[in-house]
Write a protein that binds this ligand. Structure first.
Ligand code: MN
Length: 357
């Protein structure tokens, strides 16, 4: 016979409180192995610790007691996968709602009198902005970056270096985004286009039994009259205004999370072993959280979309110096890439400059 434990000892060893144990006993989920006939004390057997620990873990995962009881009727890891998917999709939906709230807030704060976004609408002012792009293979064997200059849609994508066919992933993401945004140019159409880009890469990867992924950073002028940035991963959007360079996107990387949490300094980040590890990417799962926000643009602003090859090779001061020149965007784009290559860029380097007129 297994050793019998008092409810207190059993509670200490399985991590469930005595109160919880009583409620699970009442629910028939974990019934004491023995009860003292005279005192009414409950005893659990050591063999029940295993089940108790699983219950504790499932409760911590937020699974309801009645669902756990059903699970033990037929314990199968398939059910765990089911719960896992439900948690991911619930958290995705909640985070998307938060991102939408954040974007709505940013759009509401755009200055109402200047209406800078409207001045960038291609339909009203045909030459409201001028672009320049440049890309270079850097120190890699292939260039897995891609760039898109389309009708009021500007984007860069960085196919994931460690994964197979990163070049296919980055191109496919941008082409899918382009086609889907052309069909619906509203803000919600842009978000749908982002999700379609993710699904297109995900489907392609599954079809080839490969892992594919890419970052995505896009600036779109929507039919709602807003300039909107959409991004996943560590490609960035900067705005150069009045001599100051401001990063408008927040990287989805492990180190960016650590820096935000105050657990890592910017200096130490350059040598951190996880410095290239993304927390979000396009095409590695059927759904992805996409960040988006309104961007205020004024005549004279210079916007820069770029892949990490650029800002890992050049310091902010170096970026500032090139962007501050009066050169045409194409010239400045070429110069940024040349400077990065001269600084021995290890990675592919891609830039897209947008001068707002
Ligand atoms: Mn890169």
């Amino acid at each position: 016979m297994d050793e019998l434990l008092s409810i207190g000892d059993f509670s200490d060893r399985c991590g469930l409180s005595a109160k919880m144990l009583r409620s699970y006993a009442a629910a028939g989920l974990l019934v004491p192995a023995a009860v003292d006939g005279s005192s009414g004390y409950r005893y659990y057997s050591t063999a029940q610790l295993h089940r108790a620990r699983i219950i504790a873990l499932l409760r911590r995962a937020g699974i309801a007691v009645d669902q756990i009881a059903m699970f033990f009727a037929n314990p199968d890891a398939v059910q765990l996968d089911c719960w896992d998917r439900a948690i991911v999709s619930e958290s995705t939906a909640r985070r998307q709602a938060l991102a939408q709230a954040r974007a709505a807030l940013a759009l509401a704060h755009a200055p109402p009198t200047a209406q800078p976004e409207a001045s960038m609408k291609g339909a009203e002012v045909s030459h409201a902005y001028v672009t320049g792009t440049a890309t270079h293979i850097g120190g890699r064997d292939t260039n897995q970056d891609a760039v898109l200059v389309s009708d009021d849609l500007l984007a860069v994508a960085d196919g994931l270096g460690g994964l197979q066919r990163g070049d296919v992933a980055s191109r496919l993401a941008l082409d899918t985004l382009d086609a889907a945004f052309a069909a619906d140019r509203s803000i919600s159409g842009l978000l749908t286009a982002g999700r379609e880009a993710n699904r297109a890469v995900w489907r392609q990867a599954n079809g080839q039994d490969a892992t594919m992924g890419t970052t995505l950073a896009a600036l779109a002028l929507t039919s709602d009259g807003a300039a909107v940035v959409l991004h996943v991963g560590d490609s960035r959007l900067y705005r150069f205004r009045a001599g100051r360079l401001e990063q408008l996107t927040h990287d989805h990387t492990v180190i960016a999370d650590l820096i935000r949490a105050g657990e890592l300094s910017e200096e130490d980040a350059h040598t951190h072993p996880y410095r290239h590890v993304l927390t979000r990417a396009i095409g590695v799962a059927p759904e992805v959280d996409i960040d988006y926000a309104g961007v205020t643009c004024e005549p004279g602003d210079r916007l820069l979309l770029c892949t990490d090859g650029l800002f890992n090779a050049l310091s902010l001061d170096q970026l500032n110096i090139v962007l501050a020149s009066d050169a045409e965007p194409q010239k400045s784009a070429d110069q940024l890439v040349t400077s990065a290559v001269e600084c021995d860029a290890e990675d592919n380097v891609t830039v897209l400059i947008i001068d707002v007129h």
